[in-house]
Design a binder for this molecule. Structure first.
Ligand code: HEM
Length: 226
């Protein structure tokens, strides 16, 4: 649907900012991380809702599926250029931190406005970058070493290496759970409690478009704009 433009400044339109693949990997990653946390803390002994053998089997299969998903998704990020969304930026970082520290409690407006080129605010980019370059790699690297235990157990004298691997894996698992809790809380701070969740389901969000971006999308990808 074309909209009459009454001024030449940024214009707000509902744009599909999350493609089908992006939504697919987001929700399947969320499901796999939930399964891994549940089975991992089951075999760690935090709960006894699953037998040890079942927990090991479920954890191993889910871990392999998640690693395959991460490989495809890394490839997708580089082929689509979407990796640029995660580049850290200082501009606006402290405004966003101030907003979440106290502005949000006083009803201040969110200082960040999504654009097509930058879907995330500076704090979000920093959090996702930490997830992708620290927490994720710490889990899959130690997890793979843990899986390969029978291959290296005879080569290392004593238990120190095994203890180190388990320690780093468990510490990263706690960081992952912390990340998920904060992330889920953040998803409830939109216009309504479920606004951001709906965006990740439908893909559509209201963003500011320049006149050129609006015309370009209307002509080349009309299904991306509502
Ligand atoms: C991404 C790839 C991952 C791989 C390859 C992996 C692999 C493994 C392996 C092989 C074990 C030991 C199983 C056994 O005792 O036989 C393990 C344990 C564990 N994993 Fe993972 N895992 C991954 C991700 C995760 C995630 C995302 C979490 C939680 C958010 C997690 C939490 C745990 C916990 C808490 C343990 C128990 C540590 C212990 O006390 O021994 N893992 N993992």
């Amino acid at each position: 649907m074309a909209t009459e433009r009454t001024h030449s400044g940024p214009y707000k339109r509902a744009v599909r900012i999350y493609s089908r693949y992006e939504r697919f990997w987001h929700w399947s990653q969320a499901l796999l991380i939930a399964i891994l946390a549940f089975s991992g803390f089951g075999l760690h002994g935090t709960h006894s809702l699953m037998s040890f053998e079942t927990a090991v089997g479920v954890h191993t299969i889910a871990a392999i599926v998640l690693i395959v998903l991460w490989i495809f998704t890394t490839f997708w990020h580089f082929t689509t250029g979407q990796w640029r969304q995660y580049l850290p930026q200082r501009a606006g970082l402290f405004d966003v931190i101030r907003f979440y520290a106290y502005g949000i409690l006083m009803g201040s407006p969110h200082p960040y406005h999504k654009t097509l080129r930058r879907k995330q605010n500076a704090l979000q980019s920093l959090a996702y970058l930490t997830f992708m370059v620290i927490i994720g790699p710490a889990l899959w690297s130690t997890g793979i070493v843990y899986l390969a235990y029978p291959l290296w157990s005879d080569l290392v004298t004593g238990q120190w290496f095994f203890v180190l691997v388990v320690f780093v894996h468990t510490a990263a698992a706690f960081l992952m759970v912390t990340f998920v809790v904060i992330h889920v809380y953040m998803t409830t701070t939109g216009k309504t409690l479920t606004h951001y969740i709906k965006t990740m389901i439908t893909g559509y969000e209201t963003v500011e478009l320049s006149e050129i971006e609006e015309k370009y999308l209307e002509e080349t990808q009309p299904d991306m704009i509502r």
